[in-house]
Every structure is written in C-alpha cells, then in structure tokens.
Design a binder for this molecule. Structure first.
Ligand SMILES: CCC/C=C/C(=O)SCCNC(=O)CCNC(=O)[C@H](O)C(C)(C)COP(=O)([O-])OP(=O)([O-])OC[C@H]1O[C@@H](n2cnc3c(N)ncnc32)[C@H](O)[C@@H]1OP(=O)([O-])[O-]
Ligand SMILES: Cc1cc2nc3c(=O)[nH]c(=O)nc-3n(C[C@H](O)[C@H](O)[C@H](O)COP(=O)(O)OP(=O)(O)OC[C@H]3O[C@@H](n4cnc5c(N)ncnc54)[C@H](O)[C@@H]3O)c2cc1C
Length: 664
C-alpha cells in the first residue's frame, strides 16, 4: 500500500532528537541544509533518474553518463550554483564520471603544483570546462612505485619545448579516469630529462585532443582500457590508455611550483620539499576518508531498514515472527558497521581540518607537519576503505538472498566502491608508509625530538610499555581514559616490538621487507587509535539535542569495544589486558547493542538519504519492500514476454527430444 510507513513503530521508539542528529552527521546546520536542498533537487529531477542503469550495455551506459554530466553542468549554470553547491549536486547525481577527475584531480594538481602564473592561465579554462582534464600518473607497468614510471619529458633547448614520449609498452599510461574518451588535457607525470640527466618524476600539462573535433592530436594514441567489475557500476567511467610518440609541449607547461627548468635547460629545485609532487594524492586520500562514511552509511541504512522489515522464525500463537534485527548475531554484524559509519564521519571531519592546516602551513613555507599529514591520510585512507568495502559486502549478506538482487542497491554500491582499496594508493602499500613513519618516530625517541600530534602518545613510551588496564567491571570500559590508554599501549607496544625486531637486521631495508606483515599490523593499530581518539574527542564537544550525545556515546562504545574484541590477540599478546578484562569488554559490548536497538532506524534516518540516492528497494524509507520487489521483477527485460527469446531454437527442440526419448 502506498503512503503507509511500515517502519513507523520503529521510528516511534527513538530516544533522541533525530533532526539534531542529522546536523551532527552533516557536520553543521549549513551542511545539513545544503545537502538536504540539493539531494531533493536531484531526486525530483527526471533528468537524473537511475532507472534501468544496470541493464544498459556499455556504450549506452557511457553515453547516458555523458548526458547526465552535461545536464548537471547545465543545471549548475542555470541555477547559478556556488562551487560548494555544484560539488554536492555531482555527489547526489551519484554516477562515477569524467567530471570527478576533472574537478577532483586535474584542477587540484594545477592548484597545488602550478606557479601563480600557470594557475592564472589554466584554472579559468578548467573552471568553465572549456578544457576537460584528467590525472595521468599510473602506467601499465607501474602504479604503486611512482619513482619507477617510464614516460619521459626531455627538454629541447633549441625549441624551448619538452618532448613527451612513451619509450616502452609498459610506459603506456593506464587507468586514468576520464582519459579514455573525454579529456582534452591531462596532467601527465613523466621523468624529466635535461642536459642528459634524469631528474625523476614531474608533472606536465599536455593537450591530448583537439578542442574542435576532439580527435587525438598528432603523436597521441588514446582509448578506453575496457570493461570493469560489475554491471553498470564503475563502467560509467572511461578509464584510459595513453601513448605519446615524441609529443612537443612548451616549456611553461611543466608544473613549476616544486622545481623548474630554465630557458637554458638548467634544473632548479625550489626550497619546497619534492614530496609536494605527491600533494594531489594527499588531498584526494583525505576526501576518500569522508567518502568512506558516505558509502558505508548508505549500505548500513539499507541493511538496517531491511533487518527491521524482515521476519524469520519464532512465531508463537499465530503472532508475528521475529524481526531479524533482534537476533544478537545480526546486531553483532550490523551495529559495529553503523558505529563505524559514524566513526569514519568524525575522523573524516578531523582529517579535513588537518589537511587545511597543513595546506596553510605549506603556503607559509612551514613543512614540519607534512610527514604526519602524509601518514594520517595514507593510513586512514587504507583503514576506512578496507573496512567500508568489507562492510558493504557484509550488509549484502545481512540482507540474505534479496541483498544479491541489483534492486537492493548493494551489488552496484560494492562494485563502485571496491576499487577505493586500490586507487589513490594500494591499501597495503599505504600501511607500509605509515609503518615507516612509526619506525622513524620510535628511532628518534630519546633524541630530544618530542613527538607531536597523532604520534604524541609515543612521548609517554615508558609508561605505555609497562602500564596495565585497571578495568574491574564491564562498565569500566565506558571510561574514555581506560579505552584510550588501551589503544595507545597496544599501538606503542606493537611499534616497539617491530623496531626491536628490525634492529636485528644489518640491512634495515631487508629487515623492513622481511617484517612487512607485522609492520602493517602495527600501522593498523596506530590508525585505529586515531579513529577511536577522534570519536572520543568529538564527544567532549558541546552536542545539542535531546539524547543525541548519549546515542553517540553508545555508538562510540560499540566502535572501540568491537575493535577490542576483534583484535583481542593484540591486546592480550602485548600484555595490557587480561582475558578476564577482555571478557568484561564483551559483556559491555552486548549491553550497548541492547541500548542501540530501539534507536537503530532513527540512527540511519539521521543520514537523511533520499530514496533516489539510496536506490534500493530494501532500504526504502517507508519499508514497503515486498510489493516493490514483486513489481520490480516484472520490469526485467526477460519478463517482456511469457515465452523467452530462444525458446524455438533451444528449449523446444530439447523438450521434443525428451518426449521422443520418453516414448521409446
Ligand atoms: C576517484 C579515483 C581516482 C583515482 C586516482 C588515482 O589512483 S591517481 C594515482 C594514485 N597513485 C598512488 O597513490 C601511488 C602510490 N604510491 C606512492 O604514493 C609512492 O610511490 C610511495 C609513497 C608508495 C613511495 O614513494 P617514494 O617512492 O617516493 O619513496 P619513499 O617511500 O622512500 O618515500 C620518500 C619520502 O617521501 C615521503 N612521502 C611519500 N609520499 C608522500 C606524500 N604523499 N606526501 C608527503 N610525503 C610523502 C615518505 O614518507 C618518505 O619520507 P622520509 O622517510 O624520507 O622522511
Ligand atoms: C578504478 C580505478 C581508477 C583509477 N584512476 C586512476 C587515475 O585517475 N589516475 C591514475 O594515474 N591512476 C589511476 N588508477 C591507478 C591506481 O592508482 C593504481 O592501480 C594503484 O595505485 C595501485 O597500483 P598498481 O596497480 O600498480 O598495483 P600494484 O602495486 O601492482 O599492486 C599489486 C599487489 O602488489 C602489492 N604490492 C605492491 N608493492 C608492494 C610493496 N612495496 N610491498 C608490499 N606489497 C606490495 C599490492 O599490495 C598488491 O597486492 C586507478 C585505478 C583504479 C582501479
């Protein structure tokens, strides 16, 4: 029945002010109002319909994405949307497109690595989309190892140009989004060679296609790399392949903020660190952490609503069966994911602050916080994307069989999301970067250099190496100080153990390679400590709204106690807690599940997702799942006729043959 809210009883159970929680989730009243307005604008515009998207063949799918992206741009201009509003609109259109890379990487690369003059020349064109750009770094042969890239940019002093060339098959650019079929320009990363010397990787702005007829320019070979994982999903994106055959660009198209080449061909390194060449990746990794909370909250919203609608077993005296959300096993799988969505939201907010802070410092030539910013963005990108990808798949399983239908929204969400574990840095490679930072910090302890920021706890290493948990009863695990110390002691002890093992090797690099798995685990422990600490810090702020803070405390408790339970081996093995204390943590976790249960639906309502954005029958706001699933099945192209195409060629002869055999 239309208009009935099947989840109304669940909503009545809420013990907190959902509207106030919506503001906490959005980050501010301004953000809430912005998201609310733009998401409804997109949902109510038929031009942004998602109908039938997963059924389209690649060519049509891609053309449809081009149509939507162009229509979005038209609406942005017509409605005179600000940059912030336009970004929200693209977010709620919810379809990976070339525009993601144009706005998300091409423009930030020019902003971060171009001189003022270069920015003045290129940014206005890019802002008006008079040129469309992508970020061409990865090659067929190398992605993680950026220093191993092979494309060359050789300076020709006679003509004052760089010659961009792909010397081998493996030097072909491979993967850049927006490159395959759309981009007119790219920021290309290539080895800078001048006066016969190789100065390593630098960025260059290279035009790829004609602005008139869109044909590849002479010397440029470019195309799409082919179909990717899942139906629809990331196939709306034209990830591309690109080869250069001695393509010439003017010298001033080398991005020259970090280093320059003079008219005479002299290489000049400015006083900014070379690592700023990697700045665009740091920026994007930071945005990926916030995106993780978007994707996970979406999956959790679907799984939570459906778990309240779905009933199995336990009917007594003809009464209703049990809602699957009431099974403790369902809660133990679902509620930590709900808590993680909130945890990633808050750590994402904090990381955005950290990134803004480091950017301001860099402008003032203060590079001191860059290593920490790199470690935090790399580590948290790795941690949150791994947990989110696994979490979306868990949500699919939490929805039983129906979760496997595309109409649940979960298969497509998963297929679009999983490459986040790989792009912007493979998650293991990034954890090893964090481990390097940790080992460096441990090796400097006692040198007089005081660890600060997220690594400040290492300054209390003597205490953290010998302290023991003083938890005596389950509710002691609700004390923030008890929890933070537990996570600090575990992280510090794992790092120190790695450092001690490393010191047994004559060659530190050999040691690092041999101990890489332990080092990655130490990095995870450090990153989990950051997420837990930032959640606890959030709770120390003034949070208005009846019951809102209490719900967040429950979520925070579930987040850290679930981690403590999952990684019990670390906490016990490093000797900080006893098995009795581990068991008390588990008792407290179960108690928190019971406290969360009546609020579960309202906690996912606080995400404020429209049905258009969720695009899931199982996650519908009104919970009207079964009639809509039934209705959707009949829309499948296979159901356009009672008799299947192919019946006469294949099924009928088979049946006839069986009839003949039966008669024999
Ligand atoms: C929407 C989807 C779009 C997707 C787009 C993409 O995927 S685009 C493609 C995305 N592609 C990828 O993400 C590729 C992933 N690969 C990489 O980012 C790099 O190759 C690497 C970091 C793994 C190694 O780097 P390396 O070979 O240069 O060697 P090294 O380890 O020896 O480090 C040397 C020093 O630099 C430091 N440092 C390093 N990075 C940063 C940084 N960002 N900032 C600041 N600092 C940084 C590091 O800590 C060390 O400091 P120390 O100890 O000397 O004080
Ligand atoms: C959907 C998608 C979009 C992308 N968009 C872009 C884009 O717009 N622009 C762009 O330039 N690139 C893009 N990329 C490329 C992406 O950044 C790389 O694929 C990524 O950095 C991983 O590098 P790789 O493919 O070389 O993996 P590899 O490094 O080859 O990884 C293979 C395996 O080796 C392991 N491994 C590698 N090195 C080490 C090590 N040192 N220690 C331990 N284990 C190691 C990894 O953990 C992994 O398990 C995109 C990729 C995808 C999937």
């Amino acid at each position: 029945m239309e208009g009935v809210d099947y989840l109304a009883d669940e909503r009545k159970k809420a013990e907190f002010d959902v509207n106030e929680m919506k503001i906490v989730w959005a980050g501010s009243r301004h953000n809430f109002e912005l998201s609310d307005r733009i998401s409804k604008l997109v949902a109510n515009d038929p031009g942004f319909s998602k109908e039938g998207r997963t059924m389209l063949p690649r060519k049509e799918l891609f053309k449809n994405t081009l149509r939507k992206a162009t229509y979005a741009w038209k609406r942005i201009i017509e409605l005179r949307l600000s940059e912030e509003e336009a970004a929200k609109l693209r977010h709620f259109v919810d379809e990976p497109a070339f525009t993601d890379l144009h706005w998300g990487m091409f423009i930030p690369a020019i902003k971060g690595q171009g001189t003022d003059e270069q920015q003045k020349k290129w940014l206005p064109l890019a802002y008006k989309m008079q040129i469309i750009g992508c970020y061409a770094q990865t090659e067929l042969g190398h992605g993680s190892n950026v220093q191993g890239l092979e494309t060359t940019a050789t300076f020709d002093p006679q003509t004052d140009e760089f010659v961009i060339h792909s010397p081998t098959l493996t030097s072909s650019k491979w993967w850049p989004g927006g490159l395959g079929k759309v981009s007119t320009h790219a920021v290309v990363y290539a080895r800078l060679i001048t006066n016969g010397k190789d100065y390593g990787i630098n960025g260059f702005i290279v035009q790829l296609r004609s602005l008139e007829d869109h044909k590849p320019l002479p010397g440029v070979t470019v195309g799409d790399i082919g179909l990717k994982f899942g139906n629809g999903a990331y196939n709306t994106m034209d990830n591309g392949v690109l080869r250069f055959d001695h393509v010439r660009i003017p010298r001033d198209q080398m991005l020259m903020r970090v280093s320059q080449v003079t008219r005479e061909g002299k290489y000049v390194q400015s006083d900014v660190p070379r690592q700023l060449l990697y700045g665009t990746m740091v920026y994007v990794r930071q945005t990926i952490v916030s995106d993780a909370s978007n994707a996970l909250s979406r999956a959790v919203c679907i799984a939570t609503r459906y778990s309240a609608v779905r009933r199995q077993f336990g009917s007594q005296n003809g009464g209703q069966e049990i809602q699957v959300i009431d099974y403790k096993t369902q809660q133990n799988r679902l509620f930590p994911l709900l808590a993680s969505a909130y945890a990633f939201r808050f750590v994402g907010e904090w990381l955005k602050w950290l990134y803004t802070d480091v950017t301001q410092r860099l402008q003032a030539n203060d590079f001191s916080t860059l290593p920490e910013a790199h470690a935090c963005t790399a580590g948290l990108k790795s941690l949150t994307t791994t947990a989110t990808a696994d979490g979306i798949e868990e949500c699919r399983k939490l929805c039983g069989g129906h979760g496997y239908l595309c109409s649940s929204g979960l298969p497509e969400l998963f297929a679009v999301y999983v490459p986040a574990c790989t792009y912007e840095g493979d998650n293991t490679v990034l954890l090893l970067q964090v481990a390097r930072f940790l080992m460096k910090t441990v090796s400097q302890l006692g040198s007089g250099k005081k660890p600060v920021g997220t690594i400040a706890y290492m300054g209390r290493i003597e205490h953290l190496m010998q302290c023991r948990s003083d938890v005596k009863q389950a509710k002691d695990w609700l004390k923030p100080s008890a929890v933070v110390e537990a996570f600090e002691a575990r992280a510090a002890r794992m790092s120190v153990a790695c450092a001690q093992n490393l010191s047994k090797f004559d060659n530190p690099e050999e040691g690092f390679a041999e101990l890489a798995a332990d080092l990655a685990e130490a990095a995870v422990a450090h990153c989990q400590l950051i997420v837990v600490s930032k959640f606890i810090e959030k709770l120390q702020q003034d949070i208005p709204g009846e019951g809102v803070k209490q719900q967040l405390e429950v979520l925070c408790g579930i987040y850290y106690l679930f981690l403590l339970h999952k990684h019990q081996g670390d906490f016990l093995g490093t000797g900080y807690i006893t098995s009795k204390q581990a068991s008390l943590a588990n008792d407290q976790l179960r108690a928190l599940y019971s406290q969360l249960r009546p609020n579960a639906i309202s906690l996912v309502d606080a995400f404020n997702y429209t049905d258009h954005f969720l695009d899931s029958i199982l996650g519908r706001y009104d919970g009207n799942v079964y009639p809509k699933l039934y209705e959707a099945a009949w829309k499948d192209p296979l159901n356009q006729s009672d008799i299947a195409d192919g019946f006469h060629e294949y099924i009928r002869p088979l049946l006839k043959q069986q009839l003949r055999t039966a008669r024999l």
